[in-house]
Ligand binder design. Structure first.
Ligand code: UFG
Length: 336
């Protein structure tokens, strides 16, 4: 039996593959390499010494999904594939709705046709109603402020409705907070195309000299130092969370939404300072205006993950900064 990983060459997916293969699971990948590189999969193979069968194709292609499920005795699916740039989703909402919703619908339909019943979905903390008090708990109300977020919200609803109609389904909706860092080997990591939108890759690219300076988006937030606070978690902890969710889905029916975060918030300045200290390298920054749509603070209540999955993040902020820089300094241009 194998686990189908959609968008398997991506940042979180490649780390999850390493974790699964090291646990003796077998995995098969579908990826169209739209925003990822087949080199990531080559390195996963090198790191683990295990084979991964990869299909180049679109996760919206239901017939291809059915063929993959049949050819590989697929038991469960981890669905990572999707567009993920918040800003682009505001400019091109239809692109986001078409791709991110169609892939989930095609996948659920292919699963039904093939008798595959276990699904782990890559959701996001962005589904939480932005004005609610942190920490975010899974039973709090939801509401988004950009099309990317709404695709996560709508996909969660589509999966819930599919599970309501089919009591055999086991689905885990993993709401990630802010994944950062890289595998400690420095062989795989985050490789954003173009100018990074997210803080950690921007810090890394500034430190390596690809960007002149980091702009901190606002220092007048209601936080301990005025800069935005987020729940950063090491991508290897996040990968472990997926392995726990796969195990959970094997023995539970129905749908559970589960936060994956540390429960601790750090500010932008905390991140910059920790990065400089751990790696002994300067990061030039300036304070700029707020970025529209940003919250003062976002962090998880991670207790449900511990209760249901037996999962808890163990890596520190120092680990995140060290491993992120190790990847960036060894691969200044990512996989290229
Ligand atoms: N930030 C900067 N400068 C930058 C980039 C970011 O100051 O160049 C700040 C932001 O203002 C924010 C913090 O760093 O305070 C984190 O920003 P990120 O863009 O790294 O992360 P976000 O929390 O905005 O977004 C992330 C994911 C989204 C997801 C969201 C869920 O990128 O996909 O978490 O909460 F939807």
């Amino acid at each position: 039996m194998s686990i189908l990983v959609t968008g398997g060459a991506g940042y979180i997916a490649s780390h999850t593959l390493v974790n699964l293969l090291e646990k003796g699971e077998s995995a098969v990948v579908i990826d169209n390499y739209d925003n990822s590189s087949p080199e990531a999969l080559r390195r996963v193979k090198q790191l683990t010494g295990k084979e991964i069968k990869a299909y180049e194709g679109d996760a919206c292609d239901e017939e291809l999904l059915v063929r993959i499920m049949h050819e590989n005795a697929v038991e469960s699916v981890i669905h990572f594939a999707g567009h993920k740039a918040v800003g682009e989703s505001v400019q091109k909402p239809l692109k986001y709705y078409r791709n991110n919703l169609d892939s989930t619908i095609s996948l659920l339909s292919a699963m039904k046709r093939c008798g595959v019943t276990q699904l782990i979905f890559s959701s996001s903390a962005t589904v939480y109603y932005p004005e609610d008090e942190v920490p975010f708990r899974e039973d709090m109300r939801l509401g988004c402020i950009n099309p990317y977020g709404w695709t996560k919200f709508m996909n969660e609803q589509i999966i819930r409705d599919a599970a309501k109609a089919d009591p055999d389904l086991s689905c885990v909706l993993l709401r990630y907070f802010n994944p950062v860092g890289a595998h400690p080997s420095g062989m795989i990591g985050e490789d954003p195309s173009g100018i990074p939108n997210n803080l950690m890759p921007y810090i890394c690219q500034t430190a390596v000299g690809l960007r002149d300076h980091l702009t901190i988006f606002g220092n007048d937030y209601n936080t301990h130092d005025g800069t935005g606070v987020r729940d950063y978690l090491h991508v290897c902890d996040l990968a472990e969370g997926h392995a726990c969710a796969v195990r959970y889905a094997r023995s539970h029916k129905g749908v559970e939404a589960i936060n994956l975060g540390t429960g601790v918030g750090y500010s932008v300045l905390d991140m910059v300072n920790a990065f400089q200290k751990v790696n002994n390298i300067p990061v030039k920054y300036v304070i700029g205006p707020r970025r529209p749509g940003d919250l003062d603070a976002s962090y998880a209540d991670p207790s449900k993950a511990e209760r249901l999955l037996g999962w808890k993040a163990t890596r520190t902020l120092e680990d995140m900064c060290r491993d992120g820089w190790n990847w960036q300094s060894k691969n200044p241009k990512g996989y290229r």
